[in-house]
Design a protein around this ligand. Structure first.
Ligand code: ADP
Ligand code: MG
Length: 371
């Protein structure tokens, strides 16, 4: 049995109007008035491309970066003026940031030593933390004798050893190879379920975010674009950036009228909730995921209620478990459909230049604002 099982009360995090600018005239908006509500005990991921402001936000939460303005509460405590070591936060960095001259126990015990926990009590808690990350018995090893995955476990043990109220992780798995990364994703999730600590995790990898998170905050240009559960984010993105950053999508420019989206001569029925939060728009983008577009065999009828899109094939690409069919609408808009690459499907794929019909359920189409 892992020994660090005692649950402390998890705290919610409330950030309001966090702003951080860099550059002489403040032209780099690393954080552009960020509001963020993290629930007590939640695993929340900050997902965004390089330079979007993820690390800056994490550093502001940890207290290493002072924001230009804004407020930050952990539970009911305002912490914006508190020094990092008084914030009760465990941190894991991408490059491990271990002390090379100390052994594993020295590294893991360091935060305890800082807090005045010494001797047998320190040894007991270090052993418990090492057991939690499945490194029991590694205390006397030198850090430079460890593999990348083991180093990251040591960093993790060091972050949780003092049972912090909050754990922050900045791309902790990005230096590991794919297999180890996927194993560690599952382990980090398990550890979170065991400890119940409010956790903020940073990654630029959308699949990692979808796999691990209770909720995901998509960040771009220092702003949170959308905060939602993984499935809601994938199925109902709120704007083009989110739609294109998470998964694959086709975006068709449309005019909207009478519950239909129109592009050139074609019109497709919209589901009532496709316009969620968009209101009555005259123009927008119809977003379709490739796996939701089905290639209709020549002569076959579409299922009643399905929308049908007429397009011309540009290419078909074999991708192992699936094929990708790339096509264009009459106005040139590219659309992509994905299907299972069974022997039968591969035999009957249309050739480039041919006209095809692509069917989709109106419930799978989302209308996005024009911007
Ligand atoms: P991410 O972690 O998402 O890659 P960062 O938070 O590191 O993004 O950076 C956000 C923006 O702020 C980038 O444009 C980056 O160049 C800029 N930035 C971050 N830290 C500094 C700094 N100390 N000085 C100047 N610019 C910075
Ligand atoms: Mg970063």
């Amino acid at each position: 049995m892992p020994a660090v099982t005692e649950r402390r009360t998890a705290v919610p995090i409330t950030a309001r109007g966090l702003r951080k600018r860099y550059g002489r005239g403040g032209e780099v908006r690393a954080l552009d008035d960020v509001d963020l509500d993290v629930r007590a005990g939640e695993f929340l991921t900050l997902l965004g491309p390089s330079g979007s402001g993820k690390t800056t936000l994490l550093m502001v939460l940890a207290g290493f970066t002072r924001p230009d303005q804004g407020s930050l509460r952990f539970g009911s405590d305002e912490v914006i003026r508190l020094a990092p070591h008084k914030r009760d936060i465990g941190m894991v960095f991408q490059n491990y940031a271990l002390f090379p001259h100390m052994d594993v126990a020295g590294n893991v015990g360091y935060p305890l030593a800082l807090r005045g926990v010494k001797g047998a009590e320190q040894a007991r808690r270090v052993a418990a933390a090492l057991e939690t990350v499945q490194l029991a018995g590694y205390g006397a090893r030198r850090v430079d004798e460890l593999s990348g995955g083991q180093k990251q476990r040591v960093a993790l043990a060091r972050a949780i050893v003092f049972e912090p109220r909050i754990v922050l992780m900045d791309e902790p798995l990005s230096a590991l190879d794919k297999q180890l990364r996927e194993r560690m994703q599952i382990e980090l999730r398990r550890l979170h379920e065991q400890l119940g600590t409010t956790t903020i995790y940073v990654t630029h990898d959308q699949r990692e975010a979808l796999t691990m998170s209770d909720r995901i905050a998509v960040i771009h240009h220092g702003r949170i674009q959308q905060l939602d559960a993984p499935q809601a984010l994938y199925e109902r993105p709120l704007n083009r950036f989110v739609a294109e950053f998470i998964g694959e999508s086709s975006l068709v420019p449309v005019q909207v009228a009478g519950g239909h989206a129109q592009c050139g001569e074609q019109a497709w029925a919209l589901a009532a909730d496709a316009m969620q939060g968009v209101g009555a728009m005259a123009r927008g983008w119809l977003m379709l995921r490739p796996e939701h577009l089905r290639l209709l065999p020549a002569g076959a009828d579409a299922t009643a209620g399905d929308n049908v899109m007429h397009a011309r094939v540009q290419a078909t690409v074999y991708q192992g478990e699936s094929y990708l069919l790339q096509a264009a609408l009459p106005d040139g808009t590219p659309v992509a459909a994905r299907g299972t690459a069974s022997a039968g499907a591969m035999r009957n794929l249309p050739v480039a230049g041919s006209e095809v019909r692509l069917a989709f359920d109106r419930a799978d189409a989302v209308l996005l604002p024009p911007e």
